[in-house]
Write a protein that binds this ligand. Structure first.
Ligand code: HEC
Ligand code: HEC
Length: 354
C-alpha cells in the first residue's frame, strides 16, 4: 500500500513539473508579446434556433415546470442565450458560460476538469446542460436548488468567470444593446437590468435546451426498427442484468439522487461530494446521477472527468465500480459482461444520443 502511494505521489509530482514547464513556456511567450495579450477564442453560438416547447417531447412524460416567478418567454430565453455566449460576464472578457459548456460538445467540455479565468483548474468536470429543465437540484453535489440560484454562481466563482455581480450589472447597464433587451424581456419593470433578472434570463435559456426523441424513445414508442439489434441487447442489459436503470431512471435517465459509484476511490484528496453539502456521513463521496441523454458527445465522464470513453465507463461498471470501496452503493456489483455485451451496452448509450 505504501509503495503504491509513493508511486502515485511521484506521478502527481511529475504532472505538476510538466505543467510548470508548459506554464513557463506560455508565460515567457506572453511576456514577449505583452502588448497584445491573446485571449482564448470564445465558442460560437452554433445551437439551433431557440423555440419554446409546444408539446411534451418524445421520451418524456411531463412538461418541465419553470418556477411561478419566472414563467418561460421567448424574450427571456433569447436574452439568456446572448448572455450565455457573451464574455461580458467574466472579469477580463476572456470566457463565457459556453467556454465550459460547449455547443459542439453536448454543452459539456472536453477538459477533464473545468479551466476557468486565467487558466485556473477547477476540481470537477463541466456537465452537459441539456434537459436541466427537468432537474431537481444542480451541481454534482446538488448544492443548488434552482437554475435561477445556480446561474450567478459561475459568474462570481474566482475559479470560473471571476467577476462580481455589481460590476457585471454595471457593464450591462452601460452596454449599447442590453438595456433594451432586458426591458423587452421584463416588460413594465422600471429598472430591469438587475442581478435577479440576469439569473432569470440565463435560467430561461437553459430551460430551452432539450434533448429528446432519441432512437431509444422511438423504440419505446413501438418504432422497433429504430434500434439496431446490438443496441436492443444493450437495452436489455441496461434494464435487467446491469441494474443501470435503478439510478439512471425515468425519462431523463436520472433518479435525481446521489450515489457513490466508487469514482475516485483510493485517490488522495478524494472529492467528498454530497457530504460537503449535508455533513451527513452517509453522503460521503456521493454524486448526483447524471442524465445519459446525449452522453455520446460529452466525454470525458464522471464528476472528475476521470473516464475517457463510453467503452471505459462500461468496463468500470462491468467490474462493479470500485468493489473494495467500503462506501460503494449496494446497487453496484460486478456484472462480468462479455466483450460483445460491453460493446452492445455502448451501442445502447449511443442510441440515447441519436
Ligand atoms: C470554468 C468553467 C465553467 C464556466 C465558465 C461555467 N461553468 Fe457551469 N459548470 C462548470 C462545472 C465544473 C460545473 C459542475 C460544478 C460542480 O458540480 O461543483 C458546472 C455546473 C453547471 C450547472 C449545473 C448542471 C447540473 O446538471 O447540475 C449549470 C446549470 C451551469 N453550470 C450553468 C452555467 C452558466 C449559466 C454559466 C455562465 C454564467 C456557467 N455554467 C459557466 C463549469 C463552468
Ligand atoms: C448506484 C447508482 C448507479 C447505477 C446502478 C449506475 N449508475 Fe451510472 N452513474 C451514477 C452516478 C452517481 C454517476 C456519477 C458518478 C461520479 O461522477 O462520481 C454515474 C455516471 C455514469 C456515466 C457518466 C455520465 C457523465 O456524463 O459523466 C455513464 C455513461 C453511466 N453512469 C452509465 C451507467 C451504466 C451503463 C450503468 C449500468 C451498467 C450505470 N451507469 C449504473 C449512478 C449509477
Amino acid at each position: 500500500m505504501d509503495s503504491r502511494r509513493t508511486i502515485w505521489m511521484r506521478v502527481v509530482g511529475g504532472c505538476v513539473l510538466g505543467l510548470a514547464a508548459v506554464w513557463c513556456a506560455v508565460g515567457g511567450a506572453q511576456e514577449r508579446v505583452s502588448e497584445s495579450i491573446q485571449l482564448p477564442a470564445l465558442p460560437a453560438d452554433t445551437l439551433p434556433p431557440t423555440e419554446l416547447l409546444t408539446s411534451i417531447p418524445l421520451g418524456f412524460e411531463r412538461w418541465p415546470e419553470p418556477p411561478a416567478d419566472n414563467p418561460l418567454t421567448l424574450e427571456k430565453a433569447l436574452l439568456g442565450r446572448r448572455l450565455f455566449f457573451d464574455s461580458i460576464l467574466s472579469r477580463d472578457g476572456s470566457l463565457s458560460c459556453a467556454s465550459c459548456h460547449l455547443p459542439d460538445h453536448g454543452l459539456a467540455s472536453p477538459d477533464p476538469v473545468a479551466i476557468g479565468i486565467g487558466g485556473q483548474r477547477g476540481r470537477r468536470n463541466s456537465p452537459s446542460l441539456y434537459n436541466v429543465a427537468w432537474g431537481k437540484s444542480f451541481f454534482w453535489d446538488g448544492r443548488s436548488m434552482s437554475l435561477e440560484e445556480q446561474a450567478l454562481a459561475p459568474i462570481v466563482s474566482p475559479l470560473e468567470l471571476g467577476s462580481d455581480l455589481p460590476a457585471v450589472v454595471g457593464k450591462l447597464r452601460r452596454h449599447a444593446a442590453y438595456p433594451q433587451l432586458f426591458a423587452e424581456a421584463f416588460p413594465g419593470e422600471p429598472d430591469p437590468v438587475t442581478e435577479a433578472n440576469l439569473a432569470k434570463s440565463l435560467a430561461s435559456f437553459e430551460r430551452t435546451l432539450v434533448r429528446a426523441g432519441a432512437e431509444v424513445d422511438r423504440f419505446h414508442a413501438a418504432e422497433y426498427e429504430a434500434l439496431s439489434p446490438e443496441a436492443r441487447q444493450g437495452l436489455w442489459i441496461f434494464e435487467s442484468r446491469g441494474f443501470c436503470w435503478q439510478c439512471h431512471a425515468g425519462s431523463n435517465f436520472s433518479d435525481e439522487a446521489f450515489h457513490n459509484t466508487g469514482v475516485g476511490f483510493g485517490r488522495d484528496g478524494r472529492d467528498l461530494g454530497r457530504f460537503e453539502v449535508t455533513g451527513d456521513e452517509r453522503h460521503r463521496f456521493q454524486f448526483k446521477t447524471p442524465s445519459l441523454r446525449g452522453v455520446a458527445s460529452t466525454a470525458p465522464y464522471m464528476h472528475d472527468g476521470s473516464i475517457r470513453t463510453l467503452e471505459e465507463v462500461v468496463e468500470f461498471y462491468s467490474k462493479g465500480g470500485a468493489p473494495s470501496d467500503p462506501g460503494l452503493d449496494p446497487q453496484l456489483r460486478p456484472l462480468h459482461l462479455s466483450e460483445v455485451e460491453k460493446a452492445n451496452l455502448v451501442e445502447y448509450l449511443k442510441a440515447l444520443s441519436k
